[in-house]
Structures are given as C-alpha cells and as structure tokens.
Ligand binder design. Structure first.
Ligand SMILES: C[S@@+](CC[C@H](N)C(=O)[O-])C[C@H]1O[C@@H](n2cnc3c(N)ncnc32)[C@H](O)[C@@H]1O
Length: 268
C-alpha cells in the first residue's frame, strides 16, 4: 500500500479543484503574487515541494525563469510533473528530482531564488529549513514562498480536528516562528503577508464547486465517497479560516549581499 500523501487519486481531486498541475490554490495568478516585484527572468530557481508541475511551468512560462529545479519527496507527483513538463516542451528548462526529507542536496550558493508554494507546511523544523534555504541561496538571492500557517501556537480542538481530517503530516508554524527562523538563519528584508482573507473567499467558491459540477465530474472517476470526504475537509477548513487559526501566508526574505562583491541584479 502506498504511504504517499499525494497518490494519483488525490492529485486528480486537487487538479479538479485547482487546475492542471496545481496541488494548491490560486493557480498561476497566485504564483505571480508570491513573486511580487522580484524579477525571475534568466534566474536559477529551486522549487521546494514542486508537486505535480504546474508551479514550475508557470515559473518558466510566465516569469521567464532560466532554469527551475523542482524537488519533491513523493514519486506520484514527480511522475505527473514529468509528464506535464514534457507535454509543455519545457524539459530543457525544468529539472525534477526526488529528494529525502532533510538537508537540501545542493552545494552552498547554488540558486538565485528559492521558491515554494504550500509545501513547507510538511517540514516541521522551520529553523533547520530556513538555515538550509539560506545556505543554498547566492548572496543577494531571495526566498519567495507561500505556506499554510497557524494563527497561534495553541491549536484549538476545532483546528486539530481539521488537521486530522486532512490526514496530512502538517507541521504548521506561526508567523512569529517563521520570522524567528528567518532572522536566526541570517535573512534580511523579511516580509510576512497573511492571505487569510483571500483564501476565506476562495475556499467557499471551491466548496461550492465540490458540491456542484466539479464534485459531480470528479465522483464519476474517483467515487462519491472520496469526493464527500473532501467536501467534509473543506467544511472543516472554512471555520478555521474564518477564525484566523488557519492562515495561508506569503513569506519573503533576502539573503544579504556579499559585502565584498558588487551587488547582483536582485539586490534591491
Ligand atoms: C500541497 S502540495 C503543493 C505542491 C506544489 N507546490 C503546488 O503548489 O502545486 C505539497 C507538496 O510538498 C511535497 N513535500 C512534502 N514534504 C516535502 C519535503 N520534505 N521536501 C520537499 N517536498 C515535500 C509533497 O510531496 C507535495 O508534493
């Protein structure tokens, strides 16, 4: 039996809700909002938790990333991503690799940008993670990410029940814990922006879709029970979004430029 959290039927369910290649909300538009004012054109980008490939295709197509290295810990998402990247004809611009959880398997100062979309929720030690992200970034490089955070360290029974219903190995942290992890690692220009209000509205639209056409279509191939289980998760998620306990958030921070060398184009 597969121990993967994102087996093919889960990928199909999430794509039905969020679009081809996307295992998180907002599609290419939300990727653009995570990137904000940073320029990715020609840059070397690491995508932590690349999932089914939609993110990496958007980083190249919409933002002109020079080369994207997508890493993930699960086989099913990676094979799905490989197929989408091949279909998009982007094999020369996107490399995908399976990694083990833990230290990033790259030498220091490898990437201009480390990107991640709603994946580092699965990595509970944020201090170790941010130290690794800083290590693999070039001086002046940026960490640009979205993640699902908790509002406070005290998780209410309602929030705990939502996390249990998701059945995922969530390692959620507060904005304060992330800020501390980024500060201790040595980042500057730290910027943490809640996306709770945006996703509150969006999640209601997603639930309506699951209870309507999207759910009907998905039930034909994935089964009514599986769709109903996901409807239950969305029903549990909306109250904890409303209370602020579940807080999708954008995280941005810069690795300080090397004082001995001229600044790179991203040093702004
Ligand atoms: C919610 S999905 C998001 C995927 C993709 N970023 C997107 O937005 O479509 C989370 C992904 O993180 C991956 N993941 C979990 N733990 C990881 C780790 N330690 N390192 C890298 N990826 C991980 C999962 O396998 C999954 O593909």
């Amino acid at each position: 039996m597969s121990e993967e959290h994102y087996p093919p039927h889960m990928i199909a369910m999430l794509e039905a809700i969020w679009g081809e290649g996307f295992l998180s909300p907002g599609g290419a538009e939300e990727v653009a909002r995570v990137i904000g004012t940073q320029a990715l054109a020609g840059r070397s980008v690491l995508d932590i938790g690349c999932g089914a490939g939609g993110i990496d295709i958007a980083l190249v197509r919409a933002h002109g990333a020079g080369y994207v290295t997508g890493i993930d810990v699960e086989d099913a998402v990676l094979s799905h991503a490989r197929a989408l990247v091949a279909k998009a004809g982007l094999g020369a611009r996107i490399g995908l690799a399976k990694v083990a959880p833990g230290p990033l398997p790259f030498p220091p100062c490898t990437f201009d940008v480390v990107f991640s979309k709603d994946s580092i929720i699965h990595i509970s030690d944020k201090h170790a993670l941010m130290a690794e992200v800083l290590r693999v970034l070039r001086p002046g490089g940026w960490f640009l990410a979205s993640d699902w955070l908790i509002g406070t360290e005290d998780v209410s029974p309602r929030m705990a029940a939502y996390i249990a219903a998701e059945g995922l190995d969530f390692g959620m942290a507060t904005p304060e814990r992330y800020r501390d992890a980024m500060t201790v690692a040595g980042f500057d220009s730290i910027d943490i922006q809640s996306r709770n209000l945006w996703y509150r509205t969006r999640a209601r639209e997603e639930l309506a879709g699951l209870q309507g056409d999207i759910g009907e279509r998905a039930a034909r191939t994935l089964g009514r029970d599986f769709v109903d289980r996901n409807i239950d998760i969305w029903r549990r998620m909306i109250p904890v979004l409303d209370s602020g306990e579940h807080c999708p958030t954008h995280l941005r921070a810069k690795k300080p430029a090397d004082p001995g060398r001229p600044g790179r184009a991203m040093d702004h």
